[in-house]
Write a protein that binds this ligand. Structure first.
Ligand SMILES: *Cc1c(COP(=O)(O)O)cnc(C)c1O
Length: 207
């Protein structure tokens, strides 16, 4: 599946292999096949994997939402953080990065469908807070991320992905983190630059 998916990517589109709740051996196997970027949801699990794999050639992304009391654990472990979902967490990440002399690359998570259960900025909040977000010295905001309702059919997400791209274009943000195993083809056709794939690459997650 890995090679088939790679073949669907244009040069500006990347595959993020979501390795949460997957065993180390599967991560190492995919790395040997040429995959560099791996995504984890839970910081504790991520830090354990990073330590055990102990290979500077793998690039790690944190894709799950981050609690304020965990920010101090980020250090320089993550190339990208995908789910910056509040002004407060954005500020904390920037302050923490400043202390360690790091510029943290991030995506801002947008709740396009305005679900009450989902985290992220609404489009209006994002537009209102953009000047404050953009002024955080130790964050490099590379793009926007979204996670549509899990129960949606892939085609239902097309409008959501399209709205995310329109918003990103307006603010000259190049990267779009959108698309998971079941809707990545739709996401790619709507301009995704980072598809986040777990089960389709690794199989079902172990609990
Ligand atoms: C788990 C997860 C994924 C991967 O989902 P799959 O359906 O396994 O491809 C992608 N993005 C986020 C934010 C996730 O939590």
């Amino acid at each position: 599946m890995f090679k088939e998916i790679q073949a669907q990517l244009q040069s500006h589109q990347h595959l993020l292999a979501v390795s949460k709740l997957q065993p180390l051996e599967k991560v190492e196997l995919l790395f040997q096949q040429g995959q560099i970027h791996f995504g984890e949801n839970y910081i504790q699990e991520a830090l354990e994997k990073i330590k055990l794999i102990n290979n500077p050639h793998l690039k790690w992304h944190l894709i799950g939402s981050l609690q304020s009391n965990k920010v101090k654990f980020l250090q320089k472990n993550f190339e990208y953080i995908h789910a910056v979902d509040s002004m407060k967490i954005a500020r904390l990440i920037s302050e923490n990065a400043q202390k360690i002399n790091y510029v943290q690359k991030v995506f801002i998570q947008i709740n396009i469908s305005n679900e009450v259960t989902k985290s992220g900025f609404s489009i209006d909040e994002f537009e209102e807070l953009w000047p404050q977000l953009a002024s955080l010295a130790h964050l490099k905001i590379v793009g926007l991320m979204t996670m549509p309702p899990l129960q949606n059919e892939a085609e239902q997400n097309r409008q959501i992905f399209r709205k995310l791209k329109t918003l990103a274009d307006k603010y000259h943000l190049k990267e779009l983190s959108m698309g998971t195993s079941h809707d990545y083809k739709v996401a790619l056709s709507e301009g995704s630059t980072w598809i986040r794939l777990g089960t389709i690459l690794f199989g079902e997650r172990t609990k």
